[in-house]
Ligand binder design. Structure first.
Ligand SMILES: *[C@@H]1O[C@H](CO)[C@@H](O)[C@H](O)[C@H]1NC(C)=O
Ligand SMILES: *[C@@H]1O[C@H](CO)[C@@H](O)[C@H](O)[C@H]1NC(C)=O
Ligand SMILES: *[C@@H]1O[C@H](CO)[C@@H](O)[C@H](O)[C@H]1NC(C)=O
Length: 202
């Protein structure tokens, strides 16, 4: 087991090189964007929204991961079901399963989506978090998706928040019909996030 002391270092390098290759802007013309788990291969489409928040990345990070508090500010993901031992942002861990309750994708219908945390990188440059769609192995063959949020420190007390989800595989074509609504809701979500973070600071 002489390799084991090196493992944390290897993981650290993997995470930081991931961070440095992440995009800092939405792609022009709704172009597809890479994700840390799936890259660009078989990408079908991306929903992306971007906003400047008058706050530090760490303040945005804390609000973003405080899933129990989502009902207070997030009009798209209006609630999140969590494991029983998770009650705050500090409890969230890589591999954590969660069920997002969303409204606004289909007229008059709320939907749910099972997701799993894939990256928690508050110390990376830029800091980022990600979670992936997690409906089990069968669905995974047909469709993958990962939602990434990058929080770039602009150095003047503000944060460039870029939030995107890329959908992969043939199954993603079904979701493509929701593209316009997804795009709108991603925009709503970063606007809500900005409102929440800036509201907490005053
Ligand atoms: C909650 O449970 C998960 C899975 O058993 C575990 O990995 C995690 O560390 C626990 N978190 C806390 C805050 O106890
Ligand atoms: C969808 O969720 C929203 C927010 O919780 C709620 O106000 C609305 O009544 C729900 N709609 C349906 C059809 O369940
Ligand atoms: C991007 O997608 C949105 C939603 O589908 C659409 O309204 C908009 O026109 C697209 N923009 C470009 C530049 O293709």
């Amino acid at each position: 087991m002489w390799l084991s002391p090196w493992l944390p270092l290897t993981l650290l390098i993997a995470a930081s090189s991931n961070a440095s290759t992440l995009p800092l802007n939405c792609a022009p013309n709704n172009g597809t964007m890479t994700t840390p788990s799936f890259g660009t291969t078989d990408a079908v489409f991306t929903a992306c929204a971007q906003i400047t928040i008058n706050s530090s990345p760490s303040a945005v990070y804390d609000v973003l991961l405080d899933f129990p508090d989502y009902p207070a500010w997030n009009t798209f993901v209006y609630s999140v079901d969590l494991p029983s031992n998770v009650s705050s942002a500090e409890d969230v861990y890589v591999g954590m399963p969660m069920k997002l309750h969303t409204s606004g994708l289909l007229l008059g219908i709320n939907s749910t989506s099972d997701e799993r945390i894939t990256f928690l990188e508050p110390g990376a440059v830029p800091p980022f978090v990600a979670w992936r769609y997690d409906e089990g192995a069968l669905v995974g063959v047909l469709m993958n998706a990962e939602h990434v949020t990058v929080l770039e420190d602009l150095g003047d007390g503000t944060t460039n928040c870029v939030s995107w989800e890329t959908y992969y595989g043939a199954g993603a074509l079904l979701t493509l019909t929701l593209m316009a609504n997804l795009q709108t809701e991603f925009q709503n979500q970063v606007s809500d996030l900005k409102g929440r973070v800036e509201g907490l600071a005053t």
